[in-house]
Ligand binder design. Structure first.
Ligand SMILES: [Zn+2]
Length: 401
């Protein structure tokens, strides 16, 4: 077979060294490092650690101010309050740079750090209608050769609380959103069943997946998780539903947690956690040991919710490991799995991984192996999408505009 490119001397986490032969954007062969390599083009990776492209599983391309003017964080008047944060966000967005400019800034940041796959929530509600989605769809098209993006129609202002939102979610899917989202069915809309009727109604009508934001704590959050899992099973949607944040899982007794973890595993509902500071978050190992898919994302980056975020999924793995008390190599590899293989599973990505037949999406790292990469999050990365160099040392290369 004539290959398009052969990447020489790629060191895998196992320690094995390979040549990666790429044809039509996919890995066509993995050859031993002592094999003779002939192809149209060769690129010597010089024994760098090669890992699959990172899966940014939860981000908001429409609301970041990264690359725009610094916006000082405004605290809620009385603890964390989703309603109040949404109101602050509306004020900030009205004064911000155009959305497409901010979305591009954020994409460049994420790709520069090694994300080759992404799921972004985009606000769809009575206040913005489908405008944000239309903008992000255009930006997604611009970036189609650089990163694969799934978009979630996200009812940031609730579904029942924001008139017209069920219809807008339906239209959003017709327009090009890939999934339908939800937001705190109990605390925001104050009617779990009606909220889930709308979400799962749109999902089953269009045959799309579901990813619901759930900030509710303790037994209330756990109850909502049970209701979402029940809907998932009733509709035969196992493997097609995710719950983002699920903070409540970090806020209930271990026995209760194990019960919910079994329900999640049985229902094929994945959990997204970004392990944000100073909040309880889902215990990763307990969930994984029960068979639950746990994935991650950077979520908010310099937006109205918090000033943090750098778009680096490898640093997110550091945070996941640090906050989970992961120390052994095995545990550090779990943190890495969450941002790679498990992310791909939750997003149901086709052709993911360093194997023959998969998309040639990979990142080179200056690290001995994955555990060291997770603790060091080294810079000096090269990011390849479909076998093409798209970013080097954090900077985009050859980008179409
Ligand atoms: Zn979010």
């Amino acid at each position: 077979m004539a290959f398009d490119t052969i990447f020489l001397n790629a060191r895998f986490d196992s320690g094995a060294c390979h040549h990666i032969a790429v044809k039509d954007g996919r890995i066509a062969a993995l050859m031993p490092a002592d094999a003779a390599a002939t192809g149209a083009k060769t690129i010597d990776l010089d024994n760098a650690l090669v890992v699959p492209g990172f899966v940014e599983g939860h981000i908001h391309l429409d609301t970041s101010f990264y690359g725009d003017a610094w916006r000082p964080h405004k605290p809620c008047t009385d603890g964390f309050n989703v309603h109040e944060r949404v109101a602050f966000q509306a004020q900030n967005m009205a004064e911000a740079a155009p959305m497409e400019v901010r979305a591009r800034n954020q994409l460049d940041l994420c790709i520069g750090h090694g994300a080759t796959q992404m799921r972004s929530h985009v606000m769809v509600d009575g206040s913005v209608g489908l405008k944000s989605l239309e903008t992000i769809l255009r930006v997604r098209e611009e970036y189609r050769d650089l990163i694969d993006i799934q978009l979630v129609a996200f009812p940031q202002s609730g579904i029942l609380a924001s008139p017209g939102t069920p219809q807008l979610l339906d239209q959003a899917i017709s327009l090009g959103a890939n999934l339908v989202g939800g937001l705190d069915p109990a605390s925001f809309d104050r009617d779990v069943e009606k909220h889930l009727d709308a979400v799962f109604g749109v999902a089953s009508k269009h045959g799309v997946d579901v990813d619901i934001h759930l900030h509710d704590m303790g037994t209330l959050g756990a109850f909502e998780i049970e209701q979402i899992a029940a809907r998932t099973r009733a509709l035969g949607m196992e493997g097609h539903v995710a719950i983002s944040h699920a903070y409540g899982l970090g806020d209930i007794s271990i026995d209760h947690l194990k019960t919910i973890a079994d329900i999640l595993a049985r229902s094929g509902v994945a959990i997204m956690t970004n392990a944000p500071g100073a909040r309880p978050f889902p215990p990763i190992l307990v969930l994984r040991n029960a068979g639950v898919t746990v994935f991650s994302g950077n979520d908010n980056i310099r937006d109205s919710w918090w000033p943090y975020g750098d778009g680096d999924m490898l640093r997110r793995a550091t945070t996941l490991g640090y906050r989970s008390g992961f120390n052994t190599d095995e545990e550090l590899r779990v943190a890495f799995d969450v941002i790679t293989v498990s992310g791909a599973k939750a997003l149901r990505l086709e052709g993911y991984g360093l194997r023959v037949g998969a998309k040639a999406d990979f990142v080179t790292l200056r690290a001995e192996h994955v555990p060291e990469a997770v603790v060091a999050a080294p810079q000096g990365r090269a990011v390849y999408k479909a076998g093409m160099l798209v970013a080097l040392n954090g900077m985009m290369v050859g980008k179409k505009r």
